[in-house]
Design a protein around this ligand. Sequence first.
Ligand code: G3I
Length: 454
Amino acid sequence: MRKPNDFLEDILAEIEKGLKDDINADALADDFSMSSIHLQRLFKQTFRKPIGAYIRSRKLSSSIMDLLHSGLSVLDIALEYGFSYEQTYIISFRREFGFTPGDLRRNRQLVRTTPPLLPFGQESVYKNHFLVGNIIKEKYMDGVYFDMIKNNFNIVTPENSLKPVSLTSNRGGAYNWAYADQMVNQALENGIAVHGHVLVWHDWTPVWMTKGTKTEAEDNLKNYITDVLTHYHGRIYSWDVANEAIRDGLSAADAAGGWKKCLRTNVPWYRALGENYIETAFLTAREADPDITLYYNDYGLEDPRKAQAVWDMIYDINNRYGRTTGQERNLIEGLGMQAHYQINGFNENRVRSSLKKFSALNIELSISELDVTAAGYEEGEGKDIVMSENDAALQAMIYKRLFSFYRENAAYISRVSMWGIDDHNSWISAGTPCLFDRYLNPKQAFNAVFNTEK
Ligand code: G3I
């Protein structure tokens, strides 16, 4: 028997498909063989808003892209979205956003839209398979963005606020907890778990930490890890202890020389402490808080040589930990596979083989920073463009294949976290890599993922 929530998910999907038709509660109730009153009551109980108002808000939000990027007249758009008269559309639009469609066309201001409910949320097709996450950052902490986080994700990773430079920028161990604490606490108060990112990295780390004698640098590393894990004890679920330690573009000779020969050497922690800094970091983290799951996190693991080096490193460190402590528990208990893909050159076979390879390590695997960039590699927020039809279709296909692959392999995957909700606020916005556009309208990619067969 189907659960009521499965059925509501179908209703939400039907609403998305029908935004340009004359969709309404009565027609939906008919399609699902139930009374309209019953559907309206159930919808309101579950989502705390009337179904009619929700459909109207979704139509208006969705029409924004046509207003901004099509040559259609306001009347044509009104009719396309099932409003009987242009005036009805204009009045509803002004009531919803505070200005008219004409104002938006002239001023092109950003609008607080109504995103679709529950794409990945508590009842979603993915929820039973793995944790589904996204990032949090200042922009996402209130209004419609935080509603999306609350409705759709059960774990979040602070994008930048738990990086060493954000927590401590001054020499002498003064910490700036306030901002990160506020974020972490807000997530927890809303029932969302937090994954910590990141303790040891070559980027975003204050210079003083890795300076001085070897002993001073090692003390800094250990003190920092201990202080942060002690501070967040009981609040943060799992941590990226080390990030991006293996370099790119490894030659066959590098790879044959063992993982230590594949480390990035021209980076502060390596220069200060040599090849053991990763193991030291993990040992310190375990001692500081044995309750949390310790992750190594990296990108480009589709490259078989880089994957081999990471595999060997984790195996070697875990093996030594087992031998020296006699413990069955691994020291590195999780691998975060970042998954910053590009539509050009995306190689599904390599993604598949990489996951298969790591599954033999017997540790948690998480997709930790998923996004699929369409064009260009220009970092920074606010540079999103309208995608070409081709790019949008290719991106949608890649997302769809990835999510069905994740579901097939759910036995190995603990968490799938996306690195951004919407294109405008993505770290690589020019590549429009997210599932939602700047107005929080679902993109073709979102529909491809969400409409996956159950
Ligand atoms: O906050 C300033 C803003 O005031 C200023 O106007 C603007 C000018 O460019 O810069 C803003 O800071 C930027 C910050 O992101 C917030 O947007 C920094 O320049 C920029 O370097 C920083 O980039 C972050 C990057 O890590 C470096 O820490 C990205 O947000 C973040 O998404 C990215 O995340 C990394 C993961 O930690 C590790 N894996 C790769 C991933 C993507 O690069």
